[in-house]
Write a protein that binds this ligand. Sequence first.
Ligand code: WTA
Length: 628
Amino acid sequence: MSDNEVFEPAQEIVDEAWVSDWQALEEQAKADPAGYWQDRAHELEWSQPWDAVLDDSKAPFFQWFTGARTNIVTNAIDRHLSTARRNKLALIWVGEDTSKVRTFSYFALNREVERMANILKAMGVVKGDIVTIYLPRIPEIFFAMLACAKIGAVHSVVFAGYSSEALNARIDGAESKLVITADGSWVNGKVFPLKQIVDEAVKFSPTVENVVVVRNTGSEVTMDPTRDHWYDALCKLPIAKGHCDTVQVDAEDPLFILYTSGSTGNPKAIVHTHGGYQVGTYTTLKYCFDIKESDRWWCTADPGWITGHSYLVYGPLLNGATVFMHEGGPTFPYPDGWWELIEHYGITSFYTAPTAIRTLMRFGDAWVRKHDLSSLRILGTVGEPINPEAWRWFHRVVGNDRCPITDTWWQTETGMFQITTVPSMPLKPGSAGRPVFGQEAAIVDEEGNEVPDGTEGYLVLKNPWPAMMRTLFHDPDRYLNTYWSKYPGLYLTGDSARRDEDGYFWIIGRTDDVIKVSGHRLGTAEIESALISHPAVAEAAAIGLPHEVKGNAVHVAVVLNRGFEPSKQLEADLRSHVAETLSPIAKPDTFDFTEKLPKTRSGKIMRRVLRARALGQDEGDLSTLDND
Ligand code: WTA
């Protein structure tokens, strides 16, 4: 990997960009981060100004724009309605069956959000309540998220691929009274039975009173008349009609919680708030993707993940852009479906994951070349490191050597980009770029000392930023311990990286027990407990192994219970068991059936040994191994 391969931006890109002189802005923001964020916040509307931009008196429980009142929906929708954007397309949606198209102007989007919000209110949802949303990539997920925000409720979106058990844990954790789902979703031509999964998930849920069901696939579902309501029927009722005010909330009031995998134990619920989050997502999308009035922005992420929250739903609407959302994946029914959509809808800005790029690259250039992609202006990637080969292919074949690629490093916790580029910066294939304006990052060793450039170490962030998580829901101690205790005053990212002499960061991977599979974040603990819940499994350990397309593959070492023998059939059974109890994303790729897991004397699984075994490498120092 060469640090010296550099793509200089074309002069017209520099001239046209929001940020032409990035060095100047970087310096200015470094000298006065709060001032930088204050200037950005002034571009948005607040019904009451802030007393302080940043309150660090309770650090690391930082607060931003304290005392201010606002609502992210005021800025994402309402403020556009009094301008010419009122009639601009806010959302273009295309189904997996691409003959299904729905479009919404900002005016129409507002009407839909008001309707959903009226329904939520009629169902007794009040400010601060957490509504669980289990919807696929259909317009109603926009309406549902925005409707919650509009009335000051908190949304908890659960990726509509999670199993009933995972969904149940998240509903109970949030104590939701209401779940919004659909009859099903389309996945590669087949129906995924969302409603059935919700039925299982809420069976023993003590809190759920109502389930709202959007008709999407038209599949047969069972409706419990005391609990379940078709959304289209609710829309026809008088309760759904009329204007609904956007409630002004405190800048620090929660906007959403989003569960994500951690290194140990249960998934954790990250808390984000209205005020800082809107400033962070608005600014980073505007500058890093140079969002302009005429852009058509396509982010392929699912709203079930943070990328969908920040850069499919909120960021683009805050910028008054036109968002494009597609229900389908990259290869169904043909591997040029996405290119066809870019051509047909004149997409200007295309943001996706390295896994998708690597998958599509394997089908060859011809599928791309069949299409006129000249509308594209800028490309982007997220979720995992992009290998330079895939970067170059994306740049040359998809971007026709013309479009800058914005690689964006960030996390569910950070809410917004942290290490990335703006289009006027030189680009280095494989490097995520530089800390965003107002941020400083460092690479440190075990003791917290900064290491020389070029040396690998722990990636930490030095400054607070507006869209940072505020805490872990119901677990402030875990917030402190996970992110702020290893190096007091520095935010621990959990990633390893190195910085080159030009100040560009090269992300290497996770240092904890999180595995990034196709850009999806999985905790080894979750995979292991899914396996152990199978009658054949006594003990299990999961690790990530390098994989050409997925970035990482899931490899598991399994100790079987007496009476069970390893077999291909058992592997297949365990795979589907993990898919059913956790998610199809988490299915193990390879198995190592073993008599005993390598553990330290204190009982910790030695994943390093498992990795070496799986890769056929020297197992290294085994002196701490418990061999009894
Ligand atoms: C990884 C996704 C390299 C990283 C937005 C991080 C990346 C984790 C990149 C967070 C990137 C994300 N280059 N690695 N551009 N973006 N990661 O919470 O390991 O799903 O810590 O957020 O993904 O994953 P999460």
